[in-house]
Design a protein around this ligand. Structure first.
Ligand code: NAD
Ligand code: DAU
Length: 353
């Protein structure tokens, strides 16, 4: 069994679904179900005994000790985090608590459990920490991409807390020998992403006839990775990564935000034409995000060289799939937008615990 934290969130849920498509090994899914956790995403696993869901906070050491002791996982894949940069600007406290303190509490629980294992199991154990390219700071247009040796320079409360968690993970390997792996990934997109992030927000607003708010001049650059490709990278790193190492994960898809938004509009114009005009007419330039990093770009050659991983999707194929998914799954979006998914979570999580 593997223990996944944050498996009801966007990437975590995609990972759980992907894992169980590729393996019969069970998943213990530990998630606090914050606003970003949505068990409805995992409804297809309702009757699947390989998926065990437990609502718990990674800051709760007692709960974690009990889970490790009861389920004896051979690995941890740690997604749980506060993940949205804008929220971290308005309220950083939860980010420090979950991303720094929570990762610390989880590392401690993993270390206690790991120390009880026999030599073979200790050697085989893995703690994979899922992190972000934002820890490296902001690039100018002509700078080389981030590599695994780029110095850390986080600029937002979110990225500062992720950087703190990365350092703790590194220290637990260096000091205690815990077999850790860290992945630093670029911007993900795909099915089940909470419509606060750029791509799902733009799709939802476009279809609702609302403005499409583009921060600043729209020329900030992000490096996009389809979530399914992130999942395959994590599977590879977990299976064959070297403990103590970090691996950058990216899609080789640098795009300016305005380009992304215009492409979404064009895809929607084809798939769901408006009575008159184009969705592009809804684009509205708005006040910039404070401290907005200009450019992120990932050099993912280490992962390719050492583990043979390459993304399967281009930005064009991945974005077309994503727009199609949101058009075909309006129920999921409506439940999130209306807050209905919270009621669903409250009434349904107990039966899975
Ligand atoms: P998300 O916000 O969609 O999901 C986070 C999940 O963690 C939710 O299910 C939430 O309920 C859970 N959670 C939050 N606090 C918790 C706590 N204290 N205890 C237990 N569970 C808790 O996030 P995401 O976009 O899926 O990101 C997952 C991970 O990947 C994060 O660590 C994030 O930093 C990292 N990451 C995300 C991206 C991206 O583009 N989304 C890119 C690189 C790295
Ligand atoms: O780089 C990886 C990171 O990508 C992850 O670590 C974070 O968890 C994830 O949230 C994401 O951070 P970003 O800040 O890059 O993602 P977001 O979708 O919030 O914004 C993407 C870009 O679009 C960014 O330059 C800000 C801009 N933007 C965003 C929103 C929500 C807009 O112009 N308008 C918007 O309404």
């Amino acid at each position: 069994m593997i223990l996944v934290t944050g498996g009801a969130g966007f990437i975590g849920a995609n990972f759980v679904l992907d894992w169980l498509r590729h393996s019969d090994e069970a998943v213990l899914n530990v998630d606090k179900l914050t606003y970003a956790g949505n068990l409805h995403t995992l409804a297809s696993l309702d009757a699947d005994p390989r998926h065990v869901f437990v609502r718990a906070d990674i800051c709760d050491a007692q709960a974690l000790d009990a889970l490790f002791a009861a389920h004896r996982p051979r690995a941890v894949v740690h997604f749980a985090a506060e993940s949205h940069v804008d929220r971290s600007i308005h309220g950083p406290a939860d980010f420090v608590q979950t991303n720094v303190v929570g990762t610390f509490v989880l590392l401690e629980a993993a270390r206690r459990y790991w120390s009880t294992l026999d030599d073979a199991a200790r050697g085989a154990f893995r703690f994979l920490h899922v992190s972000t390219d934002e820890v490296f700071g902001s690039l100018a247009a002509t700078d080389p991409q981030f590599s695994e040796t780029t110095p850390y320079a986080p600029n937002s409360p979110y990225s500062a807390t992720k950087a703190g968690s990365d350092h703790l993970v590194r220290a637990y390997h260096h000091t205690y020998g815990l077999p850790t792996l860290t992945t630093n990934c670029s911007n993900n997109y795909g099915p089940y992403q909470f419509p606060e992030k750029l791509i799902p927000l733009m799709i939802a607003n476009a279809l609702a006839g609302k403005p499409l708010p583009v921060y600043g001049d729209g020329r900030n650059v992000r490096d996009w990775l389809y979530v399914g490709d992130h999942c395959s990278a994590i599977r590879e790193v977990l299976a064959r990564g070297e403990p103590g190492q970090t691996y950058n994960v990216g899609g080789w898809n640098e795009k300016a935000n305005i380009e992304v938004v215009e492409t979404i509009c064009d895809l929607l114009d084809d798939a769901r034409p408006k009575a008159t005009g184009s969705y592009r007419e809804q684009i509205a330039f708005v006040t910039d995000r404070p401290g907005h990093d200009r450019r992120y770009a990932i050099d993912a050659r280490k992962l390719e060289r050492e583990l043979g991983w390459r993304p399967a999707e281009t930005f064009e194929t991945g974005l077309a799939k994503t727009v199609r998914w949101y058009l075909d799954n309006q129920d999921w979006v409506d439940e999130v937008a209306s807050g209905e998914y919270r009621k669903w979570v409250e009434t349904n999580y107990a039966k899975r615990a």
